[in-house]
Design a protein around this ligand. Structure first.
Ligand code: GSH
Length: 199
């Protein structure tokens, strides 16, 4: 039986969340590292929308949304609270994060304004992380890659914000063995290349 194939891009937060679920579950896949400006023909055939990650199952099923890959790998049904945080992350936070990080890609965008709007989510996340019950690992994995992207854009600014819970939470995930496995560097996959097994 062939393995599922994961088209992935190392730094992409959506791909990171999918790979984190694969690492946690030790779900064996063939990993194909994609360069976005040179997407493989096979990936475009099975998923013409052209985004990563994409998981191709041995029965031919294609899963082309990162959250659905996590749900498949982990057999994860989101609670109401989990759905709320993922939605805020994927819609509100990512919207402002993109405009903060890449203002030139948009028309008439003020990056500082979008940093402030993205921070509204982080302030709420900080408060939630300070409450008693911790998030489940899969929810952390669905969220932290995006906060990592935000933090890395201006680390000095991020580090002086009064978000102690977010800082500790992000540091814990970035220091984890799972994250290290998830971020192993691979060469661009090209047709005919040797199979790369993951995790
Ligand atoms: N909703 C998708 C978004 C994936 C996505 O936008 N990935 C980015 C890389 S971080 C991408 O493939 N961008 C290429 C493009 O949009 O053309 C998911 O959750 O998988």
């Amino acid at each position: 039986m062939p393995l599922p194939i994961l088209y992935s891009f190392r730094r992409c937060p959506y791909a990171i969340r999918a790979r984190m679920s694969i690492v946690r579950e030790d779900y064996a896949v063939e990993l194909r590292e994609v360069v976005l400006r040179d997407r493989p023909d096979h990936m475009m055939e099975i998923s013409p929308k052209g985004t990563v990650p994409v998981l191709l199952l041995p029965d031919g099923t294609v899963i082309e949304e990162s959250l659905e890959i996590m749900q498949h790998v982990l057999d994860w049904e989101l609670s109401e609270e989990e759905a709320h945080w993922v939605e805020r992350n994927d819609e509100e936070f990512k919207f402002h994060l993109d405009r903060y990080k890449y203002p030139n890609r948009y028309h008439d965008v003020d990056k500082v304004e979008h940093r402030t709007l993205a921070s509204a989510y982080l302030i709420d996340l900080d408060a939630r992380l300070g409450e008693g019950s911790a998030f489940a690992p899969q929810l952390n994995d669905a969220l932290f890659p995006f906060v990592r992207q935000f933090a890395n854009h201006d680390r000095d600014w991020f580090d002086v914000q009064p978000w102690a819970n977010v800082h500790a939470w992000l540091a814990e995930h970035l220091d984890s063995e799972e994250f290290k496995r998830c971020m192993k560097k691979e060469k661009q996959w090209l047709e005919g290349a040797e199979t790369v097994l993951f995790p």
